[in-house]
Design a protein around this ligand. Sequence first.
Ligand SMILES: [Zn+2]
Length: 328
Amino acid sequence: MNKQLAEFQEHLLKSKKIVALVGAGLSASSGLPVFRGSQGMWKNYNSIDLATPDAFYIDPGLVWQFYSWRRYSALQAKPNKGHEALAKLSHIPELKYLTISQNVDGLLNRKRNDELDDTYIHDPRKLYEIHGSLFTLKCTSFMCNHVERNNFHQPLTPVLEDTEFEYLNKGKKRSREDEGSVQEQNIDPIDIISRQDTFASTSSSPQFQPVKTIDEKNLPRCPICEGLMRPGVVWFGESLPLDLITGIDNFIEHGEAPDLILVIGTSGTVYPANSYVERVKLKGGKVAIFNIDIDDDVVEGKVDRVWGFKGDAAELLPLALEPLIGKI
Ligand SMILES: [Zn+2]
């Protein structure tokens, strides 16, 4: 590990052009329930069934309730030092740099707290969120296509207010009965999920917050044309945004070749991630993987031009990048 790290840092300091490829593993230690959002159930719905253009066309109110809950959950999480390390990298003026993020959680666009300066937020010009963002809203009117980025307002409209919670807030009820325990009043829904076992064992399983029927006019509307806004994420059955894919292609293919690709919180083996890794290698660049799960051969330094740093990317990344970004 130390020999690999020394080699990596030596190469890092010589690098003039770097690409980072980011997956869910980077946000895992921020406490985001990724396993639920991506493939789990929400209330009695399969999340995958709600993340489609058809679902939104049939019942935009239902889909917005699901996304209101996801936005709320993401807002409970805070950016970690891994996010901050990439933000710092994006602000180094002499470095040609690009982050390709597969996450929709918006954590690269927020600060851990307001006292931190703006170098803790990723340079938006160097951040390509290829799966979109929970905090982007897009107008559904074909003639308009207005896009609003980094809208962290919650709830987005008054009618979505109590739909942020997946479960009825049992903590609230209980604290009313038991007047002494004021701290119980604002129990986080994620906390309640994690206590599911406790509820089950006392045979009082949590009740879902009922799904509401919402009139379209009470959902987020476009400030330009008043059309219906939709979540700015890439849904199943939709293609990745062409402008971003073209931008990434140009970055990798044109001008000098990338010296390095950082593969963070993802195995890098699934399309399009794997294609970027292969192309950077093909152009003579090196690969550094930061992930919980890495092939043993890579970790042991047996794979040509690939370093593997196994563990929590949020901890490893700031240390590995320290010679370039300073101490976080
Ligand atoms: Zn519009």
